[in-house]
Design a protein around this ligand. Structure first.
Ligand code: ADP
Length: 283
């Protein structure tokens, strides 16, 4: 059998946000991976097993008192494929080690608090992989585009977010930020599918069509996010997302890298192994 095609460079490098112009992004590209859909699917299976093993190590260490965690922040316009990442990437690891949170329009209670209030409540505990399907970045994206608060308010949030993430990282959370981009045409195709398939109607929201008129404003808002919150401690990854198989492969790879950087080992036994073997033999 031919050797599986692998990445030509680490996904974190291939997807670096530095210097990216959102409006000029080729959303059908597959940076860092030269294979096709089939090769991608083949490699994904292999890498999911690696991710699952690393995740179990993180979880095991968490059970033994390690306070470190990983937080995957997924941002993207409607149909960009955030849900698919949660199902197909996160779905491949043990659910007891995953803290998943989706952030929609803030509730009346949430609106009374600072925008990071609801975010803080959902941060992953030690040993967990947290997944944010949308996040605090909505407060400088949809909020900015639709002027839900005055510019003086959202304008300050970039620095607040950086400060918040700095603290998070200092406290032991590896933050993996992924901004997913599809083209306007690909979005139309995906929305149309939702109208043509009974199993997709539930995903369709008529307001998604109206949002398409704000595409340039969203691109600008995303650009500002990349320009102002791409830090060395919590960098952004820009993911061209027209190919779902590539998105899944890339996020799997980003998580593997993040977990490998933690240099995890299996926690040592908290008991005398020989003694326990002897006891068990007699039991
Ligand atoms: P999805 O569309 O991702 O399936 P929902 O329909 O539950 O999920 O909610 C997402 C909507 O909530 C999006 O339109 C998003 O822009 C909006 N939203 C998320 N956070 C905020 C926020 N802080 N302020 C206003 N709207 C928000």
């Amino acid at each position: 059998m031919a050797k599986a095609i692998t990445w030509s460079k680490p996904a974190s490098k291939a997807l670096r946000a530095a210097g990216v112009r959102v409006a000029e992004l080729d959303t059908s590209a597959t940076p860092g991976f030269k294979g096709d859909k089939r090769a991608g699917a083949e490699l994904l299976l292999e890498r999911q097993a690696v991710l699952s093993d690393l995740q179990e190590k993180l979880y095991a260490n968490g059970r033994s008192g390690d306070t470190r965690s990983v937080l995957l922040v997924l941002q993207g316009m409607d149909t960009a494929g955030k849900g698919g990442i949660v199902r197909h990437v996160i779905g491949s690891v043990d659910p007891q080690g995953v803290d998943h949170a989706a952030f929609g329009v803030p509730t009346a209670e949430e609106k009374k608090h600072h925008f990071l209030w609801r975010i803080r409540k959902q941060l992953p505990k030690g040993g967990q992989i947290g997944v944010f399907d949308r996040s605090h970045y909505e407060d400088v994206l949809v909020v900015r585009v639709h002027e839900l608060v005055p510019p003086e308010v959202w304008g300050k949030r970039y620095d607040e977010i950086n400060k918040f993430e700095r603290k998070l990282v200092d406290e032991g959370t590896t933050v993996v930020k992924v901004a997913m981009f599809v083209s306007l045409e690909e979005q139309k195709k995906r929305l149309m599918q939702r109208l043509e398939r009974a199993d997709k109607y539930w995903k369709f929201n008529p307001a998604d069509i109206d949002e398409r008129a704000f595409w340039p404003a969203y691109q600008e808002a995303y650009q500002a996010v990349l320009d102002r919150t791409d830090t060395d401690y919590a960098p952004w990854h820009v993911l061209p997302a027209d190919h779902k198989w590539y998105s899944r492969l890339a996020v799997t790879e980003l998580l593997i890298e993040a977990l490998q950087n933690l240099k995890l080992d299996w926690p040592a036994a908290q008991f005398d192994i020989d003694e326990q073997k002897k006891r068990l033999a007699k039991a």
